[in-house]
Design a protein around this ligand. Structure first.
Ligand SMILES: Cc1cc2nc3c(=O)[nH]c(=O)nc-3n(C[C@H](O)[C@H](O)[C@H](O)COP(=O)(O)OP(=O)(O)OC[C@H]3O[C@@H](n4cnc5c(N)ncnc54)[C@H](O)[C@@H]3O)c2cc1C
Length: 373
């Protein structure tokens, strides 16, 4: 089959590997002009480890394992550690491999077989599903056109394919009241030390270090904010406004790093809940269909199991894509339900809403030898 995949993130690249190696002709269209490599370390958990093993990538992935969360402290305004982020829940074990998002993107991209091609700087503009015997006619933003047997929406939380086929995001989005931003902090890259997280009520700013790099990380609680997802300056302004009035610890310095970074990444903690992930010849994989929100730590794992189950079921069902999509959904749904149910404790720990809640969190997580909270 000739399969079009929208998005070259984790889900899209995994689909290209899984489907390409099974003999399908795959075209991936990525909105960015190159692979998007920003991101803090992500986790591959549970059965997603089997999925990468099935792609023959487990050894490579294990080689890139990082254990940065073991070294993460909550600090006070002087930068003194006051509590420790519990590793048991978020860090790696035999059932959990933590690695840089950029390493996973590169490993998947290197594994994409010759049967698949990635086209950068373009995206789907319109889709017309020709029904049972037809294909899907696609017009791209560039003006190109094409006909495909199947279309996979792997274009992330704010998926264009989902919008075109299933309707507006508001119909499926569950906002969790938190925004997240990330920026390179090159000035900090060479310095040693633990990762640091500093809280003021309802907000956190942090510095995470790994492999000679450093990133400034931010989270803040907020009602839904309406903004243009293609306007980086507008997103930076939202972040800066969210921290207005707070100048303690290293907040001004981290905001300056955000202002300066052209690769600045901004998103909301939102979950996508759809009653079904397929319609006609179009199917969704990864955040596009079932974003669990970054607070769950399971979005990457869902993208990997999703790509694998979909490819396996298309192989099993031959030409019957409708049966394959239904079987994919039946296998993937329990993983999604589990992941989407795991966000609340993470939010309360990372973003206590008041100074009293920050102190209580620090007391609860105080590690021996870290001094008073
Ligand atoms: C730059 C970036 C940084 C991230 N950083 C973090 C992080 O620090 N922590 C974390 O937990 N999660 C992060 N994520 C999200 C995380 O990668 C996903 O939640 C998870 O891996 C599931 O992957 P996905 O492929 O479904 O979505 P994503 O990884 O978001 O990939 C979606 C891809 O689709 C592309 N795309 C979007 N719209 C279109 C379109 N209209 N046409 C074509 N392509 C399109 C995007 O450019 C992107 O490459 C980040 C995502 C991105 C894109």
């Amino acid at each position: 089959m000739h399969i079009l995949v929208s998005g070259a993130g984790i889900a899209g690249l995994a689909c290209a590997v899984e489907l390409g190696t099974r003999g399908h002709e795959v075209t991936v269209v990525e909105y960015g002009h190159h692979l998007r490599l920003t991101g803090t370390p992500i986790d591959i958990r549970g059965d997603a480890i089997e999925a990468v093993a099935g792609m023959g990538l487990l050894t490579k992935i294990r080689k890139h394992r990082v254990r940065m969360s073991e070294l993460t402290w909550f600090v006070d305004s002087r930068g003194e550690p006051v509590a420790r982020l519990p590793i048991a829940e978020i860090s790696d074990s035999d059932d959990d491999i933590e690695l840089l998002r950029e390493d996973l993107v590169r490993i998947l991209a290197d594994a994409v077989p010759d049967t698949a091609t990635i086209r950068f700087g373009d995206s789907i503009a319109t889709l017309t599903d020709g029904g049972v015997d037809g294909g899907v006619d696609v017009r791209f933003a560039s003006g190109r056109t094409g006909r495909y047997d199947l279309v996979i929406g792997a274009d992330g939380q704010h998926s264009t394919v989902r919008g075109l086929v299933f309707g507006p995001e508001e119909d499926y989005l569950r906002h969790l009241g938190v925004y997240f931003a990330l920026a390179d902090h090159p000035g900090e890259a060479r310095s040693e030390g633990a990762n640091s997280i500093y809280n003021v009520p309802g907000r956190m700013a942090g510095i995470f270090r790994y492999n000679g790099k450093a990133v400034a990380v931010f989270q803040f609680r907020s009602e839904p904010i309406d903004y243009d997802r293609h306007d980086l300056d507008a997103q930076k302004k939202i972040l800066i406004d969210a921290f207005a009035g707070y100048r303690s610890w290293r907040i001004p310095e981290l905001l300056a790093a955000a202002r300066a970074d052209p690769g600045f990444f901004f998103t909301s903690a939102g979950q996508i809940h759809l009653p079904s992930w397929h319609r006609g010849r179009v199917v969704l994989v990864g955040d596009a269909g079932y974003c669990p929100a970054f607070l769950s730590g399971r979005g990457t794992s869902l993208a990997l199991t999703g790509a694998r189950f979909l490819a396996e079921e298309l192989q099993r069902c031959g030409d019957d894509h409708t049966a394959a999509f239904a079987r994919y959904e039946a296998r993937q749904r329990p993983y999604v339900t589990f992941a989407q149910g795991r966000v609340d404790s993470g939010r309360d720990r990372m973003l206590p809403a008041t100074w009293a809640a920050i102190a209580a969190r620090n007391k609860a997580l105080q590690a021996p030898g870290t001094g008073a909270a």
